[in-house]
Design a binder for this molecule. Structure first.
Ligand code: NDP
Length: 470
């Protein structure tokens, strides 16, 4: 017999439907509501035996009335206006102590504002970043929560039950007040952009610099998935590159148009990083590459005007593997540095080791390396760079020479590797004790009297050069 629903979910799209089934399968009774009732009916019909634990509602009032108190309502609607509209519709129907959870990809600043506004009405709010796509939502996502700790305490046990597990540990955590959860999700997505772009660059080097067929490239990625690069993205790269289109018999990748979509989380991450002066060059390069992928008219005109140099790339596969690993470590190091800066700026009580732990399973960037990252981040303070932690510094000492060869060969052959070279450029700046900003400061002082510091007069600021009255 159906009990009173412990939680309600609004929005039975791809993510909402799968999360609702996951919650029901974990033994919880769940109420569901969708703007279009037809979708609710189809959802319940397709739920099989789990339908016993699903209570569909045709109206928002019936949905809200049926929930156990305090109410826990998970919103799974598109980010932006739909979330505000749904909150506005729910607000008059709720009682003090009820909790709203936004599980979409909302902008973290919107979540912070919503948390504050709902708190004024005595309502709890959690901004919950959910990663893992449809499959993760159904069988165990990684979840990043932000908002009131009391709200998390009330919802956490259900989230624990549905989260992915690494060993026995659920991949979900409270990471700070306000928009902390959605911020971490945005950085996760930014890292995902860089990870995917670097993988695509290595694919491009093998395809265009070595003229290798997709099936052979798939085998290389498949082998790498048994080594230090082991990760979900490498695994599915092998799968996608090895797939044949049943209609034409051709490799599916040869038929997929080379324009990449994006919903904005990568761009938000990059903009936020610049605002905090904690840049993420590899993610920036990846976001830019997606934008440029849409400029096919320019790319075709450019290809006609400036044909690719006739030069094959004669690097062995293990060189690509080590380069990819180095690039990946550098991108993650940039991402964690941004998280540390944001946590400090926003007063979030966030453990970076915990972030790495909850990314170890369920999410799109899950990988063997994240377990090592969690250990390194637990040992180092928030001001140190992951790339400089002993285990990762050793991996970079091994991988960076390979990355240099890849970037150099790619450049000579005219095969674009913007994310790999951005990661390398950032690394080289970080290991240049005497940089070239002395010239920048000299120029700024020469044209704008901006002043500089001198190495031979420590402590004095606003000094000027002998430029005269130019
Ligand atoms: P879908 O497009 O599959 O579903 C959207 C759902 O929201 C539908 O149930 C739709 O109802 C409802 N909806 C749309 N607009 C409104 C509105 N104005 N008011 C009320 N309900 C509305 O989206 P997804 O499930 O893919 O995504 C949901 C959220 O999860 C998004 O924020 C997305 O970015 C995020 N997300 C998605 C992932 C994915 O892999 N798809 C991964 C991680 C997060 P109706 O049936 O009436 O149209």
């Amino acid at each position: 017999m159906t009990r009173t629903p412990e939680i309600g979910l609004i929005g039975l799209g791809t993510m909402g439907a799968n999360l609702a089934l996951n919650i029901a399968e974990a033994g919880h009774v769940i109420a569901v509501f969708n703007r279009t009732s037809d979708r609710t009916r189809r959802f319940v019909e397709g739920a099989g035996p789990l339908a016993d634990r699903i209570v569909p509602a045709e109206t928002l009032n019936a949905f809200v009335d049926g929930l156990a108190r305090p109410r826990r309502i998970l919103l799974m609607v598109p980010a932006g206006a739909p979330v505000d509209e749904q909150i506005a519709a729910l607000r008059p129907l709720l009682d003090t102590g009820d909790i709203l959870i936004d599980g979409g990809n909302s902008d973290w600043q919107d979540s912070a504002a919503r948390a504050e506004s709902l708190q004024r009405d005595g309502l709890g709010y959690l901004g919950l970043g959910v990663s893992g796509g449809a499959e993760g939502a159904r069988h165990g996502p990684s979840m990043m929560a932000g908002g009131a700790p009391e709200a998390y305490a009330a919802v956490g046990p259900i989230l624990d039950d549905i989260a992915a597990r690494f060993d026995a540990t659920p991949c979900v955590a409270w990471l700070g007040h306000g928009g902390a959860g959605h911020f971490v999700k945005a950085v996760h997505n930014g890292i995902e952009y860089a990870d995917m772009q670097m993988i695509a660059e290595v694919y491009g080097l093998m395809r265009d610099g070595q003229r290798r067929p997709d099936a052979e490239i798939a085998q290389v990625f498949g082998r790498w998935n048994a080594g230090p690069l082991e990760s979900y993205l490498i695994e599915i790269t092998a799968e996608v590159a090895g797939t044949t289109d049943p209609e034409t018999g051709k490799p599916i990748l040869s038929l997929i148009r080379d324009r990449a979509g994006q919903k904005g989380t990568g761009r938000w991450t990059v903009m936020d990083a610049q605002r905090r002066a904690a840049p993420l060059p590899a993610v920036e390069a990846a976001v830019t590459a997606r934008v440029l992928s849409g400029e096919d008219a320019w790319r075709s005109a450019g290809a006609r005007l400036f044909p690719q140099p006739k030069r094959a790339i004669a690097l062995p596969d293990d060189n690509f593997e080590r380069a990819l690993l180095a690039g990946k470590i550098l991108a993650y190091s940039q991402g964690f540095a941004l998280l540390a800066r944001a946590a400090r700026d926003e007063g979030w009580d966030m453990s970076l080791a915990m972030v790495a732990q909850i990314w170890r399973a369920g999410c799109i960037i899950r990988s063997g390396l994240l377990d090592e990252m969690a250990d390194a981040l637990a040992q180092d303070g928030p001001d140190s760079l992951l790339a400089f932690a002993p285990g990762f510094a050793r991996r970079l000492q091994d991988g960076v020479p390979a990355l240099r060869r890849v970037v150099a060969e790619a450049t000579l052959a005219g095969v674009p590797v913007p994310a790999l070279s951005a990661a390398l450029g950032h690394f080289d700046q970080l290991r240049q004790a005497r940089g070239t900003a002395n010239l920048i400061q000299g120029l700024r002082d020469r044209f704008g009297a901006h002043g500089f510091e001198r190495l031979d007069r420590p402590g004095e600021t606003g000094l000027h050069g002998p430029w005269g009255d130019a």
